[in-house]
Structure formats: C-alpha cells, structure tokens
Design a protein around this ligand. Structure first.
Ligand code: ASP
Length: 453
C-alpha cells in the first residue's frame, strides 16, 4: 500500500487535478491520498493558503464584512476549478464551509487563523474526492479530526501526539477504496483545528505512511528529482536518485525546500522510503530517500552541496578558557535565556564561536548578548561577524573517503573564497563552511565542480 501526497502546484487548477487523479487511479496500491490546498498556478499568482491568511487578517483587523469579502475570492477560485472538472454539486458544501470558518470566534487570533487556513486543504480534499468519483473510483473524503489526527495545541506549529498513530491506523484500515485526506492540519485534544508549520501537508503524509506502515510514501511535487545543488545556484546540477534520511535532513536544513524538513521524522522512525516525484512527469522515477545505501551505492561520497544565508558569528575569547570548567555552559546559558537557538559552536583553546541565524539577534538582542558575555563571563574579546552564509557539503560516503576536505578547501582557495569557519562532526555526514554572503555563490559553484560536477 502506498501513501501518496500532492503539493499545491499539482492541485492549482483543473488541468493539474486531472493529472493528479490519473496518477492515483493508475496504481491500485495508491490508497491513501494526501492533498495540499491549491497553490500557485498558470493563472493564479497566489497560493490559497496565503489568500486564507489574508482573509483571516482582514476579519481580525477590519471585521466580518472584510473577512467575508476576502473569503468570496477563495470560494470563486474553488468554484472555477469545480466548474472545469464538472463537479459543481460539491460547491454548495465547500462555499458553506468557507463562510462558516470566517465567522468563527476570533477571541484567540492564532486559533482562528488556523481554522481558516485549514479550509484550503479540507476543501481541496472534498473537491478531489468528488472528481475521483466521477472517474468511477470509490473515493471518500476523510475528516482528519474524526480520523484521529490529534496534534498539540501549538497553533501554526503543531506536533503530532503519540496516541494519534494508532487511531489513524484503525480508522484508515478496512476501507478498500481511496481515502482522500486533507494535509496540513488536525485537531487538538480539546477538539480545536490546528495546523502544522507551512508546507505541513508533507508532514501529514509522513504520519499517515508511518501509521499504516505503507510500503512507500510517494511525495509528488513539481520537480523530477532532488538535485545535488540548488538549480538557482548551480547550472544543471546532477539529479540525486538515492539519498539517505540523514543526507536529506542536512540538505533541507541548508536551504533545499523540496520536502518539509519536519516531515522526515515519522518516516525515518518507521523506516518507510520516501519517493519524491513529479506530478507533471509521472514516468520519471524521482528521488528515493532511504535509511542507508548499500556498499556499492556508497561510492557516492558527496550527495549534494547546499547553501543558506543570514547567519552571524559571535567570537568569544578569554585567556585560559580551556581550564575554566563550565565556561561553555555559562556562555550557552546566555543564549538560552535570550531565547536564541544557535546552529554551531566551533571552539579553539581559548575561544569559542557561536553561529546563529541573524533573525534571532535582531531588535537589540545582539548588543545585549555581547554586553552580558563581557560582564558575566569576563571575556577578553568579543567579535561579531554578520552577513555570513553557510555552505554545507553533504554525503554519508565522506566517512569512508580520504581527502574530501582537502579537495573542498583547495577548491574554495582557488576560487578566492575566504573561509570564516569550518565545522565537521565526527559522523562526517556533512562539512560546513561559513563564508561572506558575497562569496557564497562562487563558493557553492567551486565546491560543486570539485566534488560532484
Ligand atoms: N498549504 C500549506 C502551505 O502552503 C501546506 C502545504 O501546502 O503543505 O504551507
């Protein structure tokens, strides 16, 4: 049995939904289908989820009238898709659902916004199920709340609760047609609608695949493969046919957004392979994400090179730091107190550097952190380096290879890129270089050419 998920671009209009439904019915193992809300399409520049967020904002700020009028634009978009698919009868239910959502209680703004946002996926599932039925497929819409998608009450950032898996397994087994399950949301234990972070339909699919112990989780998007570099950064990068969960996690962390990074955990724990495929080119086998590669396949030392900008480094120096037990804890405590999540902490004998995303240090936080480090830890020197990018070279095979770091640093040196920091954990699944953002593209290209191209 396969769990299969379609992203917003695959459901943007009737032409796309027809392709999606052909894919579903071409394989009888495709029994649980997760759908996103319609995304950007040829004639639709805005994702439905963004339209819904704007409608919720309008209702919150300007009141009922403004919310309802913004909602009518969303309803029109569904009506036009339903018309083109010849399933106009489903529109009565869809329009009523959207109008009811925008009239919900607004006393808790994030809860209200989640309930409105969730309508995009919910009604996308009603529409897709209705169209599948016209093709003779026994498809039914599944209500995630009733099916047991029980989530934490972190609105806009929910997590699955452990009890959900068994509930979902029970409610999804025993149906021999196609279950069309809306992505992106579930309900809290108190029964409120709550959503995952953006891109969260990938998480829904991963949870369902783990719950029903699917043979594979097929994640259909709009690219043929995950590529070994971002095509906007490197020309014609090589496709990656096979990648491990850990490699994929590292690549997503550093800017590969083909697959929502939180969506790896449920399938990783259950050991279910994920197949990233293209709904516009279903004959392409796509990228398979698996637990491990065999020895032969491990010949691929470096799977990909990724890069993300927007980092700041805070260098702290104190003479005889190496003898001061607890210095690292006290330094990191300051970051914890300030609510800053840090990314890396390379160290020297008498120095420690903290690299964090610059967005966490804005609005007066950075000067406060610096003065606390000086005052509370007695640091001799604190230096700030803003505008950094991290280039990440990813590959489980690097562990068994000699000289990857030498080739990487030689390539950066030939390209004239100054390295501000190098970090490699002993797992050797990735090697990270911090460089000035102005040098980042040159660095990515140099590393790609030297290690992959
Ligand atoms: N529609 C939601 C979003 O745009 C969730 C998803 O598509 O996965 O983030």
């Amino acid at each position: 049995m396969k769990v299969i998920k379609f992203g917003g671009s695959s459901l943007a209009d009737a032409i796309q939904i027809r392709k999606v439904c052909d894919i579903i019915i071409s394989d009888p193992d495709r029994r649980i289908v997760v759908v996103s809300a319609p995304g950007k399409g040829v004639n639709d520049p805005v994702k439905v989820t963004d339209m819904l967020i704007a409608a919720a904002q309008a209702a919150l700020i300007e009141g009922d009238e403004a919310g309802l009028s913004a909602m009518e634009t969303v309803i029109d978009r569904y009506a036009s898709i339903a018309r083109d698919l010849g399933v106009t009868e489903v529109m009565e239910e869809i329009a009523a659902d959207f109008r009811a959502r925008i009239r919900l209680d607004r006393s808790h703004p994030t809860r209200f916004t989640d309930a409105v946002k969730a309508g995009g996926e919910d009604n996308s599932a009603r529409l897709t199920a209705a169209y599948l039925r016209t093709l003779g497929c026994r498809a039914r819409y599944v209500d995630p709340g009733k099916a047991g998608m029980i989530l934490s009450d972190d609105y806009g950032n929910a997590q699955i609760l452990p009890c959900a898996y068994e509930l979902l397994r029970e409610s999804l087994s025993g149906f021999d047609g196609v279950a069309v399950f809306p992505g992106f949301f579930g309900r809290t234990e108190a029964g409120e609608t709550v959503t995952f972070p953006r891109g969260g339909s990938d998480i829904t699919g991963a949870i369902l695949a783990a719950a029903v112990k699917a043979d594979v989780y097929e994640n259909f998007t709009d690219v043929d493969y995950v590529y070994s570099a971002n095509p906007h950064q490197v020309k014609d990068p090589k496709p990656i046919p096979l990648v491990t969960y850990r490699e994929m996690r590292e690549l997503s962390y550093a800017g590969f957004n083909v697959y929502q990074e939180e969506a790896l955990l449920p399938v990783f724990r259950a050991g279910i392979p994920v197949n990233i495929r293209n709904a516009n080119n279903p004959s392409c086998p796509g990228t398979l994400i698996v637990s491990e590669r065999s020895a032969h396949e491990s010949d691929v030392r470096v799977a990909g090179v990724a890069c993300d900008k927007g980092f700041t480094s805070i260098y702290v120096n104190k003479y005889l730091m190496n003898r001061e037990v607890g210095f690292g804890r006290k330094l990191l405590q300051i970051f914890e107190d300030e609510g800053i999540s840090y990314e890396h902490t390379p160290t020297g004998i008498d120095d420690m550097t903290i690299i964090a995303r610059s967005e966490y240090l804005s609005g007066g936080t950075l000067p406060r952190v610096v003065s606390r480090i000086t005052a509370e830890l007695g640091a001799d020197d604190v230096q700030i380096h803003e505008g950094l990018s991290l280039i990440v070279v990813v590959g489980e095979g690097m562990k068994h290879a000699v000289g990857v770091a030498a080739r990487a640093t030689a390539a950066l040196s030939r390209a004239g890129v100054n390295i501000s920091m190098i970090s490699q954990g002993s797992s050797e699944v990735s090697m990270i270089f911090a460089v000035d953002t102005g040098d980042a593209l040159t660095g990515v290209t140099a590393l790609y050419d030297a290690l992959i191209g």
